[in-house]
Write a protein that binds this ligand. Structure first.
Ligand code: SF4
Ligand code: SF4
Length: 251
């Protein structure tokens, strides 16, 4: 299943933290091996403090990595335009689409377009993702990019735009531990001097984005688990987006 992630070019990554598989770096819930009634208050306390220490270490390592990365947006606007094929696909959750609709008064289709690479199964073409709507001609820039390169929906822009060119992504190491990486996409504005507060703000945004993406992924997975592509086809739908709200036909 396609996750909700940044589809723009990823150039390099830094390992931020090797995480014990008992911990989920993206969500503040300690996944220890005993559950429910097996948890006595002393164990809970140990578990909570171990987890708090882990989260604190992770934040510190991330802030240090961000300071070293030194990203500071030069506002060239290149990431909002299509420079190479589909380089500016900005994936959005259904709730992000709705936030922009509420802020702008635009319709769903004016805000979002389906992710262009559709999967095929049981006679139905489908995707799990919406992208921000792009102009049909020219550089196929995002419809919300202003003439001065500025974002016209800045306060309501999706998480990917808030955190670009950076993102956090998990991978599993050979010994089965979850490794959280700081990925860096294409951008000319690395290597700047940034303050501790700026690095901390970037870290909080990246963590918030990852929590949102992981939750969205689980919601879409749950919807997908309940639908039948066969039934969708019987209802005359040949193309659709399966998102966290349900099935939306592509017309
Ligand atoms: S993130 Fe990078 S590519 Fe995008 S506008 Fe800022 S400097 Fe330009
Ligand atoms: S929403 Fe704003 S920041 Fe995001 S691609 Fe469009 S113009 Fe750029």
């Amino acid at each position: 299943m396609t996750g909700v992630s940044d589809e723009r070019a990823e150039n390099s990554s830094d390992n931020v933290s090797d995480n014990c598989s008992e911990h989920d770096s993206s969500d503040c819930s300690c996944h220890c091996s005993c559950h429910g009634s097996e948890h006595d208050s002393e164990h809970n306390h140990e578990c909570d403090s171990e987890h708090a220490e882990y989260v604190s270490d992770f934040r510190e390592e991330l802030v240090a990595a961000l300071k070293e990365t030194g990203f500071s947006c030069g506002m060239c606007g290149e990431c909002c335009r299509m420079n190479t094929t589909d380089s500016n696909l900005i994936i959005m959750s259904a709730s992000e689409v709705r936030e922009i609709m509420a802020a702008t008064g635009l319709s769903w289709d004016e805000v979002a377009e389906p992710y262009p690479d559709l999967l095929e199964e049981d006679g139905v073409s489908y995707t799990f993702d919406w992208c921000i709507r792009r102009n049909p001609e020219g550089t196929r820039s995002c419809v919300f990019q202003g003439a001065d390169n500025r974002c016209t929906i800045y306060e309501h822009r999706p998480w990917i735009c808030r955190t670009y060119p950076l993102m956090l992504a998990d991978s599993v190491s050979e010994d089965g531990c979850t490794v959280t990486n700081l990925l860096k996409s294409e951008c000319l504005c690395y290597g700047n001097k940034i303050t501790d507060d700026e690095a901390k703000a970037q870290a909080e945004d990246l963590i918030a984005r990852k929590i949102n993406e992981d939750r969205e992924f689980m919601k879409i997975k749950s919807v997908y688990g309940k639908i039948s592509l066969q039934k969708i086809k019987e209802n005359g739908i040949k193309k659709c987006v399966i998102d966290s709200e349900g099935v939306k036909e592509i017309v």
